[in-house]
Design a protein around this ligand. Structure first.
Ligand SMILES: Cc1ncc(COP(=O)(O)O)c(C=O)c1O
Length: 436
């Protein structure tokens, strides 16, 4: 029988000749082919075959307001007609920075960048410059972008070479620690060359490996006592865990914070903010010649007016906390519904997560005491089967076992997704892919 016609398949075949692997981001790679999305609105999106999906990927967690929120779209459209970008200072960058200062507790001063990856690069440069120490301690499995400087340790349980092309001399400056205060304390004691400590404020991978209770407070106390710069990567948690991110929700203030995704209105860009004395290293006025700042940082599209306009429109909606409360309630509904599916089908698995996230663990009904590598060790045929089964039935679950919700998800959409999940699960169970 001939294979059914698919515009997705046609585009994928064409993409093989233009893009390595046919994709622009390694996580978009999919066999037999990825879906090509044409339009998205609210918590739904449609591919080039006209097929509709309930969206739990939401722009890699950047669209907490739902896709194409009218206020953001309108602000961007109006700014585009004035100028997308001229390379000058402008009012919107100032207003946007003031929103960040008002909402994010650590934000004494703000610097805009081109992406989350650029934000963690800059924050680390600032940490190194401020302490005069080159080494950085980071937590096993936490992700801080794709650049060389923090890639070692991003893959859980693996502190070897993270990718071809990353120099060993760079990897050697990274110390990978488990999320345990005693172990981190011992590593800092033993190595006076570690000046900066990085942590993903959710725990690894959007919180699929939650941090132990009180961890961030204890890390704050430890780094203050030992004179190290503490950086919270809030690229995911910023404006999602609360309007001021995890630091505002849990009342613990780092020295520097990195932001992107929601903080840039779901548009391309990033932010580093933090202590005035550290951020002032970017101030040309503090240098001897009054021209070159002690820490160099450039970037053509930093705080581009087009992005700033959308981000300010988003800040106005995000500041009250209602967006986050609704998204949290929808994620809880999803987690509860999925756990009910597991219970009914007697599958040993857990749906869990903080804030507006939902993660899946197959193997037991608790993840207490498990390492990042253990939590993320589901068999490949299961995670691929689940992802493909959900996509075939019209649910995009972000990554294989993690997803996020938005203010655009309704209880009806969540319940529809739970039904689709249950159907997918039943199918996988029949094929013997789910561990007994
Ligand atoms: C915690 C965290 N930090 C940094 C980044 C990198 O951000 P970007 O993809 O904008 O470079 C990501 C991306 O997902 C992230 O989740």
């Amino acid at each position: 029988m001939p294979a059914p016609m698919s515009a997705n398949a046609d585009l994928a075949a064409r993409a093989q000749a233009a893009l390595p692997g046919g994709v622009s981001h390694e996580l978009r790679y999919r066999r037999p082919y990825p879906i090509y999305i044409e339009r998205a609105f609210g918590a739904e999106k449609w591919d080039v075959d006209g097929k509709r999906y309930i969206d739990f990927k939401l722009g890699a967690a950047s669209q907490i307001l739902g896709n194409c929120h009218p206020a953001v779209t309108e602000a961007v459209a109006q700014q585009l007609a004035r100028t997308p970008y001229t390379g000058d200072c402008h009012l919107l960058e100032l207003e946007w920075a003031e929103w960040i200062q008002r909402l994010v507790p650590s934000a004494e001063l703000v610097r805009f960048t081109g992406s989350g990856t650029e934000s963690t690069m800059l924050a680390l440069r600032l940490g190194r410059a401020f302490t005069g120490k080159d080494k950085v301690l980071r937590i096993d499995g936490h992700f801080h972008g794709w650049h060389d400087l923090l890639l070692t340790g991003a893959k859980p349980g693996h502190d070897g070479a993270p990718s071809l092309g990353v120099p060993k001399a760079i990897s050697d400056l990274t110390v990978v620690a488990p999320p345990e205060i005693e172990a981190i304390s011992a590593l800092l004691e033993a190595d006076p060359d570690i000046g900066t400590v990085f942590v993903e404020a959710s725990g690894a991978n959007y919180g699929s490996v939650p941090l132990p209770d009180g961890f961030l407070h204890r890390l704050r106390d430890l780094t203050t006592r030992m004179g190290r710069v503490l950086i919270f990567d809030e690229v995911i948690t910023g404006f999602r865990w609360s309007p001021g991110g995890r630091q505002a929700r849990d009342n613990v203030v780092p020295d520097l914070t990195t932001l992107a995704k929601i903080a840039t209105g779901g548009l391309p860009g990033g932010i580093v903010c933090g202590r005035r004395d550290i951020m002032d290293l970017l101030n040309p006025g503090t240098s001897r010649d009054g021209l070159a700042p002690p820490v160099s940082h450039k970037g053509t599209f930093n705080a581009a007016p087009l992005v700033a306009a959308g981000a300010i429109a988003a800040m106005k909606l995000l500041a009250t906390g209602e967006v986050q409360s609704h998204a949290d309630a929808m994620a809880k509904r999803l987690r509860d519904g999925l756990n009910e599916c597991f219970r009914t089908r007697q599958i040993r698995a857990l749906a869990y997560g903080d804030s507006s996230t939902c993660h899946l663990y197959f193997g037991d009904t608790s993840i207490d005491g498990l390492s990042a590598a253990q939590i993320r060790s589901a068999p490949s045929e299961l995670v691929h089967g689940l992802r493909n089964g959900l996509l075939d039935r019209g649910v995009d679950f972000m990554s294989f076992t993690s997803c996020v919700t938005s203010s655009a998800h309704s209880p009806e959409l969540i319940d529809e997704a739970i039904g689709i999940f249950d159907d997918t699960l039943a199918n996988l169970d029949q094929t013997g892919v789910i561990p007994a």
